[in-house]
Design a protein around this ligand. Structure first.
Ligand code: NAD
Length: 382
């Protein structure tokens, strides 16, 4: 089998997760890596047996590479993706897809004109947990969906990321950083969003780095760090989302989906998986099992059913969307974690932030298809 040859651009923190996962995917071969820091690239090449360390331009211009894996910082995503497409390569990028919608439109138009594929993180919605939610919904367990809520309460990234600066600059903030996991899940399960409004605030002007090697250094904040949004879906479903870098802790569930006959609840992220929910249990209650139980203690989960999870990818699996894209190219079918979905999610996020400024609802123009369920035995049946 001829492998799908990938050139990695961006060898920072998240690249370790991709490189670990991709080593287990037979159809993918990471053949070269590049970043702005040659020492960092060399180090990753050595750890993960990547044959070549190059400059970003060398990767982009190498005719033997099929696809660029773009793990650069948000402000560089579009520039790298556009250059890769112009050089005739498919591209799979980290989130957010773009920091400017016009760049997203250019990327999608370029890909269409050249017959190339654009994929984008997050791919958590392809993991066992959210695919189990999809199965419950497709089986009609909660009936017609009516509402969805997601809560993403964090205290930011300066306690664990060695270089947290970009999270507090254009393209960062909790909505653009963590919102994509939950908004992509919502759209993949419930369809596109048509209208949004939001409130947003910047709580602190500076953040104190607590992680090594820069502990004690203060960095400026130029983004909103606490955001609440209302979402109207084309289907009539109503949603809400809270995303924050200003919350120390919380007991709210991460996501709930309400239907005329029941509720699905993702009560907590898998402790090994942060907020990224590839795995973890899915709870549900239906008309038959629901009852109002009033007890002076929380959490009160014993009256919920735990959904049977028959899907794969319940551990950290970043790169699953890239593998799906590789098979999509091979079999000439749509990629599930695709650019249209990512552009729609970006329009929703930018709309929320615009609404917070203008104090008006914002209409969302783009639409996208619901990605098909991932076969339970993927990559068999890919
Ligand atoms: N760190 C995480 O936990 C995490 C989790 C999920 C997603 N992400 C996303 O992954 C992306 C990268 O995050 P990270 O934490 O790895 O960042 P990082 O700062 O650790 O690494 C960024 C890498 O991109 C390279 N780079 C930056 N600008 C470039 C350019 N113009 N051309 C070529 N290379 C360039 C840097 O040299 C570095 O190798 C971001 O979009 C982030 O939102 C990060």
């Amino acid at each position: 089998m001829e492998k799908f040859r990938i050139g990695l651009i961006g060898c920072g923190v998240i690249s370790d997760k991709y490189l670990t996962t991709c080593q287990a995917f037979d159809f993918i071969d990471i053949v070269a890596c590049a970043s702005l820091n040659i020492e960092e690239s060399k180090q990753k090449a050595e750890i993960y047996n990547i044959p070549r360390v190059c400059t970003p331009d060398e990767i982009i211009n190498d005719p033997s590479i099929d696809c660029v894996l773009n793990l650069t910082i948000p402000a560089a995503h579009a520039q790298i993706s556009i250059a890769a497409l112009n050089a005739g390569k498919h591209v799979y990028s980290e989130k957010p897809f773009v920091t400017d919608l016009a760049d997203g439109e250019e990327i999608l138009a370029l890909a269409k004109a050249k017959g190339l594929y654009v994929g984008n993180a997050p791919d958590t919605f392809l993991g066992g947990r959210l695919q189990t939610c999809k199965k419950l919904m497709d089986q009609g367990v909660i009936g017609l969906p009516t509402g969805v809520m997601a809560f993403v309460p964090t205290r930011g990234v300066e306690r664990h990321h060695p270089n947290p600066d970009f999270y507090y600059q254009n393209g960062g903030g909790p909505l653009l950083d963590l919102g994509p996991y939950y908004l992509t899940a919502m759209v993949a399960l419930l369809g596109p969003i048509t209208r949004v409004c939001g409130l947003a605030k910047k709580t602190l002007d500076e953040r104190l780095i607590e992680s090594q090697p820069r502990a004690g250094e203060k960095i400026p904040v130029n983004v909103d760090t606490h955001i609440n949004a209302l979402l109207e879906f084309e289907s009539g479903v109503q949603g809400s989302l809270m995303a924050s870098f200003d919350v120390w802790d919380s007991q709210t569930p991460r996501m709930e989906i309400y239907g005329e006959n029941g509720t699905i609840c993702i009560n907590d992220p898998d402790p090994t998986d942060g907020f990224n929910i590839f795995g973890g249990q899915v709870l549900y209650k239906t008309r038959e099992t629901a009852r109002w139980v009033y007890r002076p203690r929380t959490p009160n989960l014993e009256f919920w059913s735990v959904a049977e999870n028959t899907h794969g990818f319940n551990q950290e699996a970043r790169g699953l969307g890239l593998l799906d894209l590789a098979y999509a190219v091979k079999n000439q079918r749509p990629a599930r974690a695709n650019g249209e979905l990512a552009q729609h999610v970006c329009e929703v996020m930018f709309g929320i932030l615009e609404s917070a400024k203008t104090r008006q609802f914002v209409e969302i123009k783009s639409r996208c298809e619901l990605p098909e369920a991932l076969p339970e035995n993927f990559p068999n049946g890919a």
